[in-house]
Design a protein around this ligand. Structure first.
Ligand SMILES: Cc1cc2nc3c(=O)[nH]c(=O)nc-3n(C[C@H](O)[C@H](O)[C@H](O)COP(=O)(O)O)c2cc1C
Length: 155
């Protein structure tokens, strides 16, 4: 999956497929309405939350399982899970499958942890949407060149 400090392997995955995509879509819509104060509710956001799982072939809820002993720093456990996500993303790309990491605010709530049956110290880190893109595959990812964000120290 990826590098892991102390071999804790903190990544956990819930893969929603087939009717599970409807279960996820309904959960996201219901939870957004429950947890968002009515004056802040946004129809476009709600529609995205409901529609995206239904447009996907699979959605992986990606989570970090906190080790009971908490020997490894939490940030490192999160980093390990992020590496695993990147590897999944690279595999998808190699197969011509689209991937999209999304982090609606509600994933950081107890409601989400309960839905995924995660412990109190575990954290859902995102929804990774997988599917065949309905648009042409983008030529460029529009990232700044490495010179922009890297400093080389030679002496
Ligand atoms: C940790 C993390 C969380 C993200 N959350 C969101 C999100 O909630 N909504 C969103 O539109 N993009 C989010 N993104 C960005 C997209 O996953 C994606 O990288 C971005 O749309 C650029 O597309 P590209 O990677 O194909 O160039 C997130 C990226 C990361 C690394």
């Amino acid at each position: 999956m990826g590098p892991t400090h102390g071999n804790t392997q903190p990544w956990r995955f819930h893969v929603f497929m087939e009717d599970g995509l409807t279960t996820l879509s309904q959960f996201l819509g219901r939870t957004y309405l429950q947890l968002t104060p009515s004056e802040q509710q946004n129809d476009a956001k709600l529609a995205k939350l409901i529609r995206r799982p239904l447009l996907s072939s699979a959605v992986i809820a990606v989570s970090m399982k906190r080790q009971d002993e908490e020997k490894i720093m939490e940030i490192e456990e999160i980093e390990a899970v992020a590496c695993a996500v990147q590897n999944i993303h690279l595999s998808c790309t190699a197969y011509g499958i689209g991937g999209f990491w999304s982090t609606p605010k509600l994933i950081y709530t107890k409601t989400m942890n309960d839905f995924l049956e995660l412990g109190e110290k575990d954290k859902c880190l995102g929804l990774f949407y997988i599917g065949y893109p309905g648009i042409e595959w983008p030529e460029n990812a529009h990232r700044k060149p490495i010179e922009y964000n890297t400093k080389w120290i030679n002496k």
